[in-house]
Design a protein around this ligand. Structure first.
Ligand code: MLT
Length: 265
């Protein structure tokens, strides 16, 4: 589907019937990241490409709130009031931002391979340096440096998974990547948002996630009031793509038990 919000063309997948789930991808990825979740039945899958990623135009996004507001506008246009929000990594930062600015729109939160903290001064500096490189040389250096960090050791020997991951990253525009780097660098800490939530939270992390390791997930579990933790075996940062059966089963169980949803993997 294509929708236009304040002059910008957004692409999103709207597939299936049932409990609505908004899936928010990470950086520098796209809606294609969730291809293996679309088979979950009893779910209306809403999977946008964030501005400048996948098939969405870039929009000069300047803050994490602007990503969140763009997604809320997509929901308004459908129209859908309340959804399960599931975000992977940068998508988790956006999911926590939706929880901050519009908690009434979320029935449950799924935080996948992500964290609630803000960037350290060093991490910020690296983001701004990377943004300069992308402005000068395009996205290739980002793709080359991200690839070894995204997949677990065993997944990195799966040629199909590797080429799928590269193809997804190649769909990102330089403008989208530069915007995302600045947005992530300036995002606020979301610890108090997480600890304030009474809704059910599923925290999922790849056992070998090199970017947001299980220790980050454990800290989020300690902060959240009503959360469960899934550690996905043999997976890295893209746990949902690397080990979809393990994630999908746990996700379905979460929706069934916490929201009484009629769903199946
Ligand atoms: C992501 O996967 O979205 C990014 O690695 C997150 C980050 O760089 O903080």
């Amino acid at each position: 589907m294509i929708t236009t919000i304040r002059g910008t063309r957004f692409h999103y997948i709207d597939q299936g019937e049932g409990i609505p789930v908004l899936w928010i991808h990470g950086y520098p990825l796209s809606s294609a990241l969730f291809a293996e979740q679309l088979s979950i039945r009893g779910v209306r899958h809403l999977v946008p490409d964030l501005p400048g990623f996948g098939e969405s135009d870039s929009a000069g996004i300047a803050s994490i709130e602007e990503y969140a507001r763009a997604l809320l506008s997509i929901l308004d246009g459908i129209p859908l009031r309340k959804v399960v929000v599931a975000g992977l990594s940068m998508g988790g930062y956006v999911a926590l931002t939706i929880a901050r600015i519009a908690p009434e729109r979320i029935s449950a939160l799924v935080l996948i391979d992500t964290k609630e903290t803000a960037d350290s001064p060093d991490a910020k500096r690296v983001r701004y340096d990377t943004a300069e490189q992308v402005r000068a040389n395009g996205t290739r250096p980002v793709i080359d440096s991200m690839l070894p960090k995204l997949l677990s050791e065993s997944s990195s020997h799966d040629p199909l998974l590797v080429s799928r991951t590269i193809t997804i990253m190649e769909s990102a525009s330089a403008e989208g990547v530069v915007d995302a780097l600045k947005v992530m660098a300036e995002r606020p800490d979301s610890s108090s948002v997480l600890s304030s939530l009474a809704i059910p939270v599923l925290i999922a992390v790849g056992e070998h996630d090199a970017i947001t390791p299980p220790s980050e997930a454990g800290r989020m579990l300690g902060l959240a009031r009503n959360a469960r933790l899934l550690v996905v075996p043999k997976a890295g940062h893209l746990s949902i793509l690397e080990q979809p059966e393990a994630f999908n089963e746990a996700f379905v169980d979460f929706l069934r038990t916490e929201l009484d949803a009629d769903v199946s993997a």
